[in-house]
Design a protein. Structure first.
Lengths: 83, 146, 146, 83
């Protein structure tokens, strides 16, 4: 699974992109966030407050309780602020 | 005709207006967002999600084009670093009647703020800070329903 | 800053947008009306009431500037003969926030239609016909109250 | 009193401008319209249907029942159609 991070999530994790292979019990985006938080101190800092995160699966916005299903690309980021 | 551009280059207003006028409409509405010196801001930086950004903007433009029977819709969003006074975003709509063009333009800029993957960072001299999302933007986006 | 121009010359969009952007606002909204081939129209002619026109447009711009805290408002209206595709009117508004700029722009074009002394004549080949006022324009102007 | 005519009012009257001195009993714009209708066949045609007319006194829109008062310039025209 390809992971993408943007804005301060990217900065805290320390990279904008990584390839991971989560265990079977990681079924939703929220599960993924909790699992990722254990990977490094940077991940822990980025994913400490899941309520501050937003997500996209295969380039579509999804809520954090969305199932990962057959996701190829999952992006995690703060609420958007364009325009 | 739908035109979506995400670019690190300055937005050329004359070019964009000529393109949106070329749709042969009776009314053209536009909105341009510009970097302001809000609370001492000296520079703005825009990060985005390449691929998803263009897809999200195209979908927004298609929704507007159908809902207001537009003859044309243009969204140009700049990314990267911008100085004070530079254009961040241009939205243009072309319709037979003014009401449709104006409403669709307001819809697009409202929805773009909450529905496309952009992140703003404000620079004040050497300090940089990610901009927090505004609740007022959520409300503005929600008033269009759907 | 308020800018009102009534002119027989073509409207230069780049010039007008540069002028409205020079007010240092965060948001610029604009509307441009263009001659359409409505029911075979080949040319449009605009008559006006010199002196009163400029005064009426200036008053409208001042009302909008106060109501929406505008940093700038521009109204440019062409008079005389125009061909298909040429610009009849340009309205531009500059404000700190997008909502103010967009609303003021819609207000100005709605009110201009019923509150400034212009008269349109459509030409279809050799035939010329004065355009009748539209009830829908009265309703659009009234929705702003006052 | 300076009179100005625009659009089809001007065309029917045959001029865009004339100076007139209405009698004392002409007190409102509507009185003026009725009085003007008698001046020529062109005036008669222009002013036959007062409900189709709009007016301005000294460059301010007024309703047809407005008093002329000390008007220096009165304009008569069809409903406006700009924009």
């Amino acid at each position: 699974m390809e992971l993408l991070y943007f804005a301060w999530v990217r900065e805290r994790v320390g990279t904008g992109q990584e390839r991971i292979d989560p265990p079977e019990e990681v079924k939703t985006v929220a599960d993924l966030v909790a699992w990722l938080a254990q990977r490094s101190p940077g991940h822990a800092e980025a994913f400490a407050e899941p309520e501050r995160l937003r997500a996209a699966i295969d380039q579509k916005f999804v809520p954090l309780d969305a199932p990962l299903g057959r996701a190829r690309e999952v992006a995690l980021f703060p609420p958007v602020t364009g325009g | 005709m739908i035109r979506v551009v995400v670019t690190p280059e300055p937005i050329n207003l004359a070019t964009e207006l000529a393109a949106i006028e070329a749709n042969g409409a009776g009314g053209i509405a536009s909105f341009t967002g510009i970097v302001r010196a809000d609370g001492g801001v000296t520079e703005l930086e825009l990060e985005h999600y390449p691929g998803m950004t263009e897809a999200a903007l195209t979908e927004l433009a298609e929704i507007a084009a159908e809902r207001w029977s537009l003859l044309g819709a243009t969204i140009v969003h700049r990314v990267g670093r911008m100085r004070l006074g530079e254009r961040i975003v241009f939205v243009g709509t072309a319709a037979h009647h003014r009401q449709e063009a104006l409403e669709a333009c307001a819809f697009l800029i409202d929805r773009l703020k909450t529905g496309a993957p952009f992140w703003k960072r404000e620079r004040r001299g050497d300090a940089a800070e990610w901009v927090a999302a505004k609740e007022s933007d959520d409300h503005a986006a929600e008033r269009w329903g759907g």
